[in-house]
Design a protein around this ligand. Structure first.
Ligand code: GLA
Length: 391
């Protein structure tokens, strides 16, 4: 944990909210290795929690007020609300995430006895597609569990974070981001079955290669209607398929079954969305097996195929992400590259031979700038533990 960050945060919280006694918390962002846009189609995903994330300093109050402050957005000041008006006067802006998490907990009977003060500082770049918002929701859930003794468990806290995002913020996201933030483990990816929430950890052993995350610095707008549109298109494809096969989710079909049934999906756009989901599910299971058996080349190949499908079938990539992937794959020492997260901007995830990382960052960075006028940022990402109190 970065002591410099927590010291600053604690000092800020004490200055703003008065007194000592704040407790410190952390919830990570995530990077998804493969299994994109299938969490809400009953598929498997393979995310890792990052060592980047959101820190929080929190303290119970005597009254029912809730006060939120972000060191990343000092211009927003302290945002105040209270436990009784979360629903009638919804909070907007960044504080909708912590407010929404409190609201979701209350909906499920986890009602705090008092309000609390929460100051946060995030190291996940905003709008990078590395789940700063999920980390904020899961952070708030972790704060609630520790300050008020709720016995809810990290997986349930992840679901409540998702509910906050779905019903309070209004983005119809799946469970992947919150689950990864709550359940991450150092140096492990999580193979999560989003239909049942069964999961297992898969060690990320990349031999002489390592993960490199590249931020396009083209902000993604997740709450852009495009994300919700994709969900609806998948639902329409599923409704057509259900007339002919007994399934509850697109990812229950194997690629062979899908190819036999695909014609019943009337709209060609919805058919392409469903095709992505079905094949991405098969790729994710194959990729997890490849990682487990140490076949990194195979893993990289599946990443590249995933990107092509997200670009052409699912249409959630963008020119900037395509350029980053193309430039990455034109370097011999790149094992795999793809967009990660919701898309329309944000980051790519890459597997690169360790000794070639300086060459990779220099070359991809320079070509990307020449072709787009934008500066990419490179993170040598650490895979870290899930949300917790820092003691
Ligand atoms: C966003 C959502 C996730 C998931 C990804 C795409 O990160 O929050 O639930 O759908 O997009 O895989």
């Amino acid at each position: 944990m970065d002591k410099e960050i927590t010291d600053k945060l604690q000092a800020k919280a004490a200055a703003l909210f008065g007194g000592a006694g704040q407790r410190l918390f952390f919830a990570p962002g995530r990077v998804n290795l493969i299994g994109e846009h299938i969490d809400y189609n009953g598929g498997h995903v393979l995310p890792c929690a990052l060592t980047l994330g959101t820190y929080g300093a929190a303290k119970r109050r005597q009254d029912r007020r809730l006060r939120f402050y972000s060191m990343n957005m000092p211009e927003a000041g302290v945002i105040e609300t209270d436990l009784d008006s979360l629903e009638s006067r919804p909070v907007h802006g960044w504080a909708a995430y912590p407010a929404g998490a409190v609201w979701a907990f209350m909906q499920h009977g986890f009602v705090p006895e008092t309000g609390f003060d929460l100051a946060v500082y995030g190291t996940v770049p905003d709008k990078s597609g590395l789940s700063s918002s999920a980390s904020l929701e899961v952070l708030t859930g972790t704060v609630l569990c520790h300050l008020f003794g709720f016995d809810c468990g990290p997986a349930a806290a992840a679901r409540l974070g998702q509910e906050a995002e779905n019903r309070y913020v209004g983005v119809q996201c799946g469970i992947m981001d919150q689950f990864a933030s709550a359940m991450g483990k150092k140096d492990q990816a999580i193979l999560l079955d989003c239909a049942s929430l069964a999961y297992r950890y898969v060690p990320v052993r990349l031999g002489d290669a390592q993960l490199v995350i590249v931020n396009s610095n083209k902000p993604h707008e997740l709450s852009d209607s495009a994300y919700n549109d994709r969900r609806r298109e998948c639902e329409r494809a599923l409704a057509d398929l259900k007339k002919h096969c007994s399934i509850d989710a697109l990812c229950q079909l194997t690629p062979e079954e899908f190819q036999k049934a695909a014609d019943v999906i009337e709209d060609p756009i919805c058919r392409r969305r469903a095709e992505h989901a079905v094949f991405e599910e098969a790729r994710t299971l194959a990729a997890a097996a490849a990682l487990e058996s140490g076949d990194i080349r195979k893993f990289g190949q599946l990443m590249a195929e995933s990107h092509i499908s997200l670009r052409d079938q699912y249409e959630v990539s963008c020119r900037e992400l395509d350029i980053l992937v193309e430039e990455a794959l034109s370097i011999r020492s790149t094992v795999g590259a793809r967009m990660t997260g919701g898309g329309f901007g944000g980051c790519t995830v890459n597997i690169v031979q360790k000794d070639a990382v300086p060459y990779f960052t220099e070359t991809v960075g320079r070509h990307y700038h020449e072709r787009t006028g934008l500066r990419a940022a490179f993170y040598i990402a650490g895979i870290g533990e899930g949300a917790r109190e820092i003691v």
